[in-house]
Design a protein around this ligand. Sequence first.
Ligand SMILES: Cc1cc2nc3c(=O)[nH]c(=O)nc-3n(C[C@H](O)[C@H](O)[C@H](O)COP(=O)(O)OP(=O)(O)OC[C@H]3O[C@@H](n4cnc5c(N)ncnc54)[C@H](O)[C@@H]3O)c2cc1C
Length: 609
Amino acid sequence: MNTKHAVKNIKCDICIIGGGLAGSFAAIEAARDGAKVVLMQDRPVLGGNASSEIRMWVRGAKGIFDRETGLISELEERNIYYNPTLCPSVFDATLYGMVQENKNIEILMNTTCLDAKVENGRIVSITGWQLTTYTNYKVNAAIFIDCSGDSILADLVGAEYRHGREARDEYSEELGQAKEDARTMGMSIILAARETDHAVKFTPPPFANVYPDDSCFSGDIGQSIHAQVRDHKVATSGANLWWVELGGECNSIYDADKTRAELIACIYGVWDHIKNRGDHGMENWELEWVGALPGKRESRRYIGDYVMTESDIKSGGHFEDEIAYGGWPMDDHNPYGMRKNDEACLPSVMIPVSEPYGIPLRCLYSKNIKNLMFAGRNISVTHVALSSTRVMATCSLLGQAAGCAAAVAALKEITPREAALRYTAIIQKILMDHGVFLPHIRREVSKLTQRAVFNITDNERKRLLNGVERPRVEADENSITQKIDDELTLHFDKPEKITSLRLCFDPDFTRESISDNKKMRVFAMKLHTGKDFKPVRVASTLVKDFIVYADGKEAARVENNFQHLVSLNLNTTANDISIKWISTHGAKEVRLFSVDVQGEENHLNENSP
Ligand SMILES: Cc1cc2nc3c(=O)[nH]c(=O)nc-3n(C[C@H](O)[C@H](O)[C@H](O)COP(=O)(O)OP(=O)(O)OC[C@H]3O[C@@H](n4cnc5c(N)ncnc54)[C@H](O)[C@@H]3O)c2cc1C
């Protein structure tokens, strides 16, 4: 700490380091669960690799019915509404707004965590340096969650961690290395381009690499079906140049700036190649943006109470303490990146994952530091498992889960390990109530809802209350449909205190109503802008306007809703709750996956010791 500058002290329940998607969602979840949170982020915007600074697309489990919900879908739905043209800076602002609106989160932007104090295996405080104010912030907290990607706290607090690739026999991983090594996946700098209606010239800066022809990128790669060739067809739906990658053979933290300089030369060289060397049909395209920060894929992974491996991923990850899931293929990049260009060193090898696999809470807290948790690409997994868990929708679920578990631990004044041992069911319930899908667990509706008599058939009632809020397979029936102007009524045989109402609408899992562009249907983000780009639309299936009545009197009116999960405070006592559908964003019918009313039950009081 530089003591010549001011020191400000802050006390909170949970301190989160790193404001990528994992850290931002950890902060929001913990705050919504009642904890006082500090979020320390070393850069001027939130979002990490998804932010306008790096611009990677959010990806997650393959399969339309396996898409991630919870805070990540809330962000996507907000972004579609506020940012239909998918401007990267507005994406930053949307995420910032989602964090900033929580009164119990203090955001320390432009603040780099660089020191920590530890006593008896417990972190007492961390210190961050705020670039814009020349101020040291010292944060005392009950729980610390490291979401920095690089695991900044690992060395500072003496937490066990791993860097590099394990030997095949260490965890019986077929995809492991013959011998362990210190190599990792590399880092990348990408660019964004825009199509104009006139020819645009490009003169490369003098430091740009020269790639005279396509053989510089395709090499001797052959036709292997799992091989990723270095596609450089830039278009709205085109390549994002993720393969402009280097740095995995050196240290991905301490050599990162040297690698940045090399990557800048590569990316300008690639654009020079596209524009000037061979006919790529890109005469009218101009360079709009080039990254300045290398996006990282891998560095230090903490060791938790459990280390997840290739076999967990292949066998579906059935864990009692499942709090998140993954489903992206095992997508392992060659550490040499662009430096090597042959069959033995493909840019990436993709091994599909047959079903979504669960991730246990034990991968999110430290084996040896009592109050340290982590989320994102630094969780307790092997290198092979990381090649799947590292994508950002998975990291988002991990962040949300870590925030929830940390809030339970902090509010009950116990360690994350104790929370995992005693309160896993409660953590799972809170997460599912907040919209998170857990593939091997069903959400339980409240006892109050189970007591209600509905004005729909028994079969429809069963579907609404079965705890599954999506079709698991095509034509799977876990929802009901109602007409506009229909009313759904829950009747109780005596007046009941009703604090809140939770509704889960159809987010349009196919995303067909959101965009005609298949890429934007995976997650609504864009990199390049061709003239064919059309703004995305709010999913037609989302219910726009509806009214809630308690014993015939209006208790809530919702106008212009654009979220698929809606929770309303009602604070009423009634025999009947009715919901009248007024309009959708285009669909002719309302499709509802669940309805749930809450009485005075409180998760954190349930099963109290
Ligand atoms: C080129 C590239 C392509 C990829 N492609 C995809 C893709 O298509 N889809 C996908 O989903 N994933 C992709 N990934 C993987 C994914 O981007 C990362 O695994 C993911 O971003 C990790 O999330 P995170 O929240 O752990 O870390 P990050 O997104 O890196 O966030 C970490 C945050 O911590 C902050 N931070 C770091 N150190 C400190 C400190 N000392 N103090 C305070 N703050 C700190 C950083 O500023 C950053 O905001 C790609 C990665 C790269 C590099």
